[in-house]
Design a protein around this ligand. Structure first.
Ligand SMILES: [Zn+2]
Ligand SMILES: [Zn+2]
Length: 65
């Protein structure tokens, strides 16, 4: 299913939820919020999905599966 690679990332500045594609073999370390136009960077973890998303990236799950 296509939506297995979509994660909702919540902007820490304005609380806007934004669906984004989760890359399967790399980490997305920043994104731009569509609402407040801020560039949000992951600081605590490997990527914005692990930091702010409702779904962890495949890389954090150990690579396979
Ligand atoms: Zn925002
Ligand atoms: Zn991650």
């Amino acid at each position: 299913m296509e939506d297995q690679h979509i994660g909702n990332v919540t902007c820490p500045k304005c609380d806007h939820k934004q669906p984004m594609n989760i890359p399967s073999n790399s980490c997305q370390t920043f994104y731009k919020c569509n609402n407040c136009q801020e560039i949000i960077k992951a600081e605590k973890t490997c990527c914005v999905f692990c930091d702010y998303g409702d779904r962890k990236c495949p890389v954090a799950h150990g690579g396979t599966k």
